[in-house]
Design a protein around this ligand. Structure first.
Ligand SMILES: NC(=O)c1ccc[n+]([C@@H]2O[C@H](COP(=O)([O-])OP(=O)(O)OC[C@H]3O[C@@H](n4cnc5c(N)ncnc54)[C@H](OP(=O)(O)O)[C@@H]3O)[C@@H](O)[C@H]2O)c1
Length: 303
């Protein structure tokens, strides 16, 4: 297809049920609906074949529109979305699939994950996951998983359900590397997927001026200049070389391209170790053990 680039050598990861997923995807959290279709179209034309959205982002419809506008066949794109907490519960989560698929305009999803554990309604979190298992058995999703699960959430989930999650999507960038969660994921064959992979949450506009932006870290900038790359590209390479999936968000076409231009260089093991050493051990996002009822109760509209 003219104008649509196929990157044959982009890295893929094999999930614990044998499904393959392009390691690098486009994230769309905080992508305004009116910019999302264009961002998705630009990403697919650049060569991305994996998009990560969520019911709670309010832009699944525009993700579907971007997919159709791009001219890339649905079968070539790995579509991932998330069930929001207000839709947790067995029947509610089955219906959350109808809402997501309806808005995206597709008849199957590649990966459906629980957006986060809900500590104040964990039994409904379990029931929601059991609904994902049913959707998997019925062929409505190709893989299922979780997000923001800490080891103790995983332990409980694994005790009460059958299918080991394929993916755990967690805050993961050089300033917060979550070794304990990654160890627990690895023990169970769960793939780590990095959200805020280039540290977006350390520099989101308006999220607190006192945050230390990982994008300006001197070690990363030094490594980037050695390779003639940007700090963002170095962070993405660090994820890919350590076997993780990463889903950088941008609505800017040139940054969308920049974030995909990471397959032509390699970091040395010494550079990987220097980046690992930047971990501050401090979470920037919400604590998954703290209930946020006002946020959790946000309703997800019908398709
Ligand atoms: N599961 C969860 O709870 C959860 C939480 C947060 C995020 N996520 C997922 O993870 C995705 C990515 O995380 P994120 O959006 O938090 O952060 P991110 O991808 O690490 O960073 C995004 C920020 O970086 C900017 N940016 C993008 N490319 C850049 C580049 N090459 N150079 C400089 N700045 C650049 C973007 O602005 P522009 O758009 O202007 O380029 C945006 O402000 C989300 O979109 C979402 O899909 C999931």
């Amino acid at each position: 297809m003219v104008g649509v680039e196929r990157i044959e050598n982009q890295p893929t990861l094999t999930l614990n049920n044998g499904v393959t997923m392009p390691a690098l995807g486009l994230g769309v959290f905080q992508s305004p609906p009116e910019e999302t279709a264009a961002a998705v179209e630009a990403a697919l034309r650049t060569g991305y074949r994996h998009i990560d959205t969520a019911a709670a982002y309010g832009n699944e419809r525009e993700v579907g529109e971007g997919l159709r506008r791009s001219g890339v066949d649905r079968s070539e794109v790995f579509l991932e979305t998330k069930v929001w907490v207000s839709d947790f519960g067995y029947d509610q989560t089955l219906h959350a699939w109808d809402k997501a698929a309806g808005k995206l305009g597709v008849d199957s999803l590649d990966l459906l994950i629980l957006h986060q554990p809900a500590p104040d309604r964990f039994e409904r979190t379990i029931a929601a996951y059991q609904a994902l298992e049913k959707l998997l058995a019925d062929g409505k999703v190709r893989a299922i998983g979780v997000s923001n699960f800490m080891p103790h959430h995983l332990e409980r989930l694994l005790k009460e359900t059958e299918v080991v999650p394929a993916v755990n999507q967690i805050e993961l960038h050089p300033y917060f590397t979550q070794p304990e969660v990654r160890r627990a994921d690895a023990e169970h064959g769960i793939l780590d997927q990095a959200w805020s992979p280039i540290g977006g949450i350390t520099f989101y506009p308006g999220w607190g001026e006192d945050r230390r932006s990982v994008m300006e870290d001197p070690t990363l900038l030094a490594i980037a200049s050695q390779h003639g790359k940007s700090a963002a590209q170095v962070m993405l390479r660090w994820h890919l070389q350590q076997g993780r999936s990463a889903i950088p968000k941008s609505t800017n076409p040139s940054r969308i391209r920049e974030n995909f231009d990471v397959f032509d260089f390699s970091l040395s093991s010494e550079e990987l170790v220097r980046i690992d050493a930047l971990d501050l051990g401090v979470r920037n996002g919400p604590d998954p053990d703290v209930a946020r009822p006002e946020r959790f109760d946000m309703p997800i509209p019908e398709a």
